[in-house]
Design a protein around this ligand. Structure first.
Ligand code: GTP
Ligand code: SPV
Ligand code: MN
Length: 592
C-alpha cells in the first residue's frame, strides 16, 4: 500500500470521522474486482446480466431521486466568494467543511470503507495526476475501476508527495435535501454526500478532472476542458487531432467515435478516439498544444445509442460494462433503452425496476420511457474498436482544431470558423445550448454555457476567459484554429435538418482543410462560413438549398444574439477581459 504520511494522516482523520466497520484497499487486480462484483450482487447494488451475451456486464438502478448531476447543490469553496465567481455556488470553506462533516459523521457505521488510489492519465505520464477516493459504495468502486487507472503502482508513483487530490464520498441516506457536491480547490479536496450517481460520485471525473483541474491549470499554465479528442486519418495516413467542447449530452461521445460515410471510408478516411468527455492540454516543447484524455473509460449516454448512430460505443458496452438506469429485458437478461432498436421489449422492467408496458410508451412523454433519459453505460476504453494508439501513451496528441458547439434549434449555422484565437475565445465565451437530462432541472431551455464549462469551471469565469486569452498569446501562430458547429438546427416541424452522426465527417473534413489552408469560405459578420459547395454532399439526400439554409447568417437573428451576449457578459463585471468586450463591439459593428 503506501507509507505516504499525508495520505495516512488523512485516512486516519476520515476513519475517525466516518467510523467504518471494515477497510478495504482497492488494488485494481482482476481478482479483487471479481470479488467486489460478487459483493455488489449480494448487496443488491448490481444485477448480473446474461453472461454469455454480455460477459462481465451488470445493471445498477439508482434511487429515483438521484439520476443526474445536481448543479444547484454543487459548490466551489474558495477562500473568497469572488474567486469562485458569479457562475458557481459558493460557501466559506470552514463553514462547509463543518456542515459536511456533520452530515458524514458516523455514516460508514456498519459499512466498508474502500480506499481507491487512481491516476487521471496514464500512470506515470508527466501529464497525469493522482487522486485518492474513499467511498462506502461498491458501485462507485467498480465504476472507478473502469473510468480511471487504479493500481498499487499509483502509490509508487506518488511516493511521499503531497500532490494528490483527496476525495470523500459517502452515500449517507441518499437524502436530496442533504446532497452536496463540494470542491475546495485550494486544499485539493472534494466531498460528495447523499448521492450515488455518476458525475456526483465518480470523483475523478467532473469533480477532479474538470473543477479542481481547471483551477490547477489556471495556476500552472495548462487547461482542463470538457472536450472530446479525436484523430482524423486521411487517405495519406496522416492523422490530425481535433478537440471539441459540447455541453453535456450534446454529442461528444458520438463525434469522438464517428464512422465516416461509406464513400469516405472507401477513400481511406477514418476516425480514432482519444477521449469522449475530458481533455487536459499543455503547450509542448515544439510550442503546439498537446492533449491527453485523463480518463480510462466512457460514462456515456445510453438512449439514442445504436448500431447506426454509434456502432463503436455500442461495441464498447459488450463486455465488462456497468449499465445504470436502463431497462432490463427479462427474456434474456439483456439491456434496452429508447433508440437502441425498434423492438420494444414485451417482457421488461423499466429503470425503476417496475414492469414496463410497451403499449403505453409515448415518445413525447418521458415518464413512459423504459430507460431514464440520462441512463448511462460505464465501458472500458480498451473495448472501443477505434481507440487511438495514442490513448495509453500519455505524451498527448497535437491539436490542430478546437471546435465549440451546442444544441441550437435556430441561430448558429452548421459550421463557421473564428477569425483568430481571440475571436474564437469570444465564440466559446458566448456559447449557448438547450439544457439536457444530464443535469437535474428543466430540459430544452437555452442557456449560456461558455466552452461547455458552465457546470465545471472551478473558479471565476472571467479569469477563465483571461486564461484562455493568455494561452493563445503563448501559442501564437501555433495555436489551434477555432470553429463552431451546430448539428441541431430544426425545421418548422421540429425535425433536425442536418443528418448528423457519421455525416458530421463532412464538416470535420472542411475544418481540417481550413487548418491546412486548402478549403474556401466566405467572411461573414460572425466569422468564416463555408459556401454550400465547400461541404461535400456525395451520397447524401440533401440539396444545396437546404445546406445553404443551415449555413446562413441571419443578421436580424444575430442582432438579438449580440444583445443577449451583452446581458450575459454583465455577470462578469470588471473581470470580463477587455478583449472580449471589444469582440462584442466588433460583432455589433459587423452586423450594421
Ligand atoms: P456527456 O457525456 O453528458 O458529456 O454527453 P456527450 O456530449 O458525450 O453526448 P452524446 O454523444 O452521448 O450525445 C447525447 C445525445 O445527442 C444522444 O442522444 C445522441 O443520440 C444525440 N446526438 C449525438 N450526435 C448527434 C448528431 O450529430 N445529431 C443529432 N441529431 N443528435 C446527436
Ligand atoms: C456530463 O453530464 O457532462 C457527463 C455525465 O459527462 S456526468 O459524469 O454525470 O457528469
Ligand atoms: Mn460530460
Amino acid at each position: 500500500m503506501t507509507k505516504n504520511k499525508t495520505v495516512l494522516a488523512w485516512l486516519d482523520e476520515m476513519k475517525a470521522l466516518l467510523t467504518p466497520d471494515n477497510v478495504v484497499w482497492v488494488d485494481g487486480t482482476d481478482a479483487q474486482r471479481d470479488e467486489l462484483r460478487r459483493v455488489a450482487v449480494e448487496l443488491g447494488e448490481l444485477e448480473e446480466l446474461n453472461q454469455e451475451k454480455l460477459p462481465g456486464c451488470y445493471l445498477h438502478r439508482t434511487n429515483p431521486n438521484d439520476v443526474a448531476r445536481v448543479e444547484d447543490r454543487t459548490f466551489i469553496c474558495t477562500s473568497t466568494k469572488e474567486m469562485a465567481g458569479p457562475t458557481n455556488n459558493w460557501c466559506d470553506p470552514k463553514e462547509m467543511y463543518e456542515k459536511l462533516y456533520n452530515i458524514a459523521r458516523g455514516s460508514y457505521k456498519g459499512r466498508t470503507m474502500y480506499i481507491i488510489p487512481y491516476s487521471m492519465g496514464p500512470i506515470g505520464s508527466p501529464l497525469a495526476k493522482i487522486g485518492v477516493e474513499i467511498t462506502d459504495s461498491v458501485y462507485v468502486v467498480l465504476n472507478m475501476l473502469i473510468m480511471t487507472r487504479v493500481s498499487n503502482e499509483v502509490w509508487d508513483v506518488l511516493g511521499d508527495s503531497n500532490d494528490w487530490v483527496r476525495g470523500l464520498h459517502s452515500r449517507c441516506d441518499v437524502d436530496p435535501e442533504k446532497r452536496y457536491i463540494c470542491h475546495f480547490p485550494e486544499d485539493n479536496t472534494i466531498i460528495s454526500v447523499n448521492s450515488g450517481y455518476g458525475g456526483n460520485v465518480l470523483l475523478g471525473k467532473k469533480c477532479f478532472a474538470l473543477r479542481i483541474a481547471s483551477f490547477q491549470g489556471w495556476k500552472e499554465g495548462w487547461m482542463a476542458e470538457h472536450m472530446l479528442i479525436l484523430g482524423l486519418q486521411n487517405p495519406k495516413g496522416e492523422v490530425h487531432y481535433i478537440a471539441a467542447a459540447f455541453p453535456s449530452a450534446c454529442g461528444k461521445t458520438n463525434l469522438a467515435m464517428l464512422i465516416p460515410p461509406e464513400y469516405l471510408r472507401k477513400k481511406g478516411y477514418k476516425v480514432w478516439t482519444v477521449g469522449d468527455d475530458i481533455a487536459w492540454m499543455r503547450i509542448g516543447e515544439d510550442g503546439r498544444l498537446y492533449a491527453i484524455n485523463p480518463e480510462n473509460g466512457f460514462f456515456g449516454v445510453a438512449p439514442g445509442t445504436n448500431a447506426h448512430s454509434n456502432f463503436n460505443a455500442l461495441e464498447s458496452t459488450k463486455k465488462n460494462t456497468i449499465f445504470t438506469n436502463v431497462a432490463l429485458d427479462l427474456n434474456d437478461k439483456t439491456v434496452w433503452w429508447e433508440g437502441l432498436n425498434k423492438n420494444l421489449p414485451e417482457n421488461a422492467l423499466d429503470w425503476k425496476g417496475n414492469p414496463w408496458d410497451p403499449a403505453k410508451f409515448n415518445k413525447a412523454d418521458k415518464t413512459t420511457c423504459a430507460a431514464h433519459p440520462n441512463s448511462r453505460f460505464t465501458a472500458p476504453a480498451e473495448n472501443c474498436p477505434c481507440i487511438s494508439d495514442e490513448f495509453n501513451k500519455g505524451a498527448g496528441v497535437p491539436i490542430s482544431a478546437i471546435v465549440f458547439g451546442g444544441r441550437r434549434a435556430k441561430y448558429a449555422p452548421l459550421v463557421y470558423q473564428s477569425r483568430d484565437w481571440e475571436n474564437g475565445v469570444f465564440i466559446g465565451s458566448a456559447m449557448a445550448s438547450e439544457t439536457t437530462a444530464a443535469a437535474a432541472g428543466a430540459v430544452g431551455v437555452v442557456r449560456r454555457d461558455p466552452m461547455a464549462m458552465l457546470p465545471f469551471c472551478g473558479y471565476h469565469m472571467g479569469d477563465y476567459f483571461r486564461h484562455w486569452l493568455e494561452m493563445g498569446k503563448k501559442l501564437g501562430d501555433k495555436a489551434p484554429k477555432i470553429f463552431n458547429v451546430n448539428w441541431f438546427r430544426t425545421d418548422d416541424e421540429g425535425n433536425f435538418i442536418w443528418p448528423g452522426f457519421g455525416d458530421n465527417m463532412r464538416v470535420l473534413n472542411w475544418i481540417i482543410d481550413r487548418c491546412e489552408g486548402k478549403a474556401t469560405a466566405s467572411e461573414t459578420a460572425i466569422g468564416y462560413v463555408p459556401q454550400p459547395e465547400d461541404i461535400d454532399l456525395t451520397d447524401l439526400d440533401m440539396d444545396l438549398d437546404t445546406l445553404k439554409d443551415i449555413l446562413t447568417v441571419d443578421k436580424a437573428v444575430w442582432e438579438k444574439e449580440a444583445a443577449e451576449i451583452e446581458e450575459h457578459y454583465k455577470k462578469f463585471g470588471d473581470r470580463l477581459p477587455q478583449e472580449l468586450r471589444d469582440q462584442l463591439a466588433t460583432l455589433k459593428a459587423n452586423l450594421k
